[in-house]
Design a binder for this molecule. Sequence first.
Ligand code: NAD
Length: 377
Amino acid sequence: MQVGVGREQRAGERRVAATPETVQQLTALGLTLVVESGAGTEAGFADAAFKEAGATVISELPLAALDVLLHVRPLAPETAARLRPGAITVGLASPASELPTVRALAAAGITSFALELLPRISRAQSMDALTSQSLVTGYRAVLEAAVRYPRFFPLYMTAAGTIPPARVLVLGAGVAGLQAIGTAKRLGARVSANDIRAASADEVASMGGTFINLDLDAAAEGTGGYARALGEDRAQRQRSLLAPHVAATDILITTAAIPGRAAPLLVTTDMVAGMRAGSVVVDLAAESGGNVEGVIAGQDIQVPVDGGSVTLVGLQDAASAMPSDASRLFARNVSNFLALMTDGGTVAPDFGDDVVAGTCLTHGGAVRHSATAAALG
Ligand code: NAD
């Protein structure tokens, strides 16, 4: 079967859905790989490396002839419409926000798999693109903060005097938050964190951070290990309990998210105004509404405070900013997912498998993911 890998269409996207390594893996399964020329260039994977790995490199993908199309970002509706009925797509699909594409995939009879829907169970860990890309994002968030912070992260005791370590506060200790904690620790900062899931206290400690217990009463654990949204009373209480911790930190990194909802507001403008001049806030949730009031995705804002300003960063496309390793991990996730459905050189999804069924977005002309089907009406 013919598997295509195209150049990503979204402006600024530098990742690619396959690498020479995964081309070899998929070829060994009996699949034929076709890579669009230049698809991996920005991620550091040249056409020649794809050829050497066994792919055919061509100037434009033969969309109508492909059995499978691999992608990073959601496809454009026009691309979906050009695929043949019964073709399979695997990649990130952002079903909640890309409804026109979902409609086009269903209308074209495509069997599409959205990696955001992959069940977060142990058996599927090697296919979990949300986890692999959050790892990149959490790491990157700390580096973005460090280059904007006018002081050191580590403690320095020198002949010219002592420099105290930076204090880093991470709000939301999921995959990205834990990576941020680990990265900030490695840079020598003093790190604390808060999350509303009970399990996160041990996870924060295992990364070397100090867990801030806000005593919010009642667990906020939802299904699948995710958090549940707090009611407005408890959200308000969380913000007031966080305020002194925010005021005392030099670097604030926010990553809090609730699946299928806008990001929870954790930090108000007044809380930012209470921070010291020179402090940096990096909001990873900026694209989904922001954890920090006033944040704008893709922009740095200088918030005036006593004696200077606080830099508020709306982090966007952080994984794409590290395209080589982000692609390496993403491509392995995609390849492992495809391998799960491939037997004897044929990709044949078994909908009796929870991982396959749970990840399927559209099939046979219908939208199979119930929340997305409901949103489409
Ligand atoms: P996410 O991106 O959905 O959310 C990030 C974090 O924000 C979560 O830890 C969440 O609890 C937290 N959060 C939400 N509201 C908050 C608030 N008001 N204040 C503070 N924090 C808040 O989460 P994620 O990184 O995708 O991880 C979700 C869960 O999935 C975690 O429990 C993680 O350990 C689990 N997981 C499991 C596997 C697996 O294979 N078993 C793989 C990856 C993740």
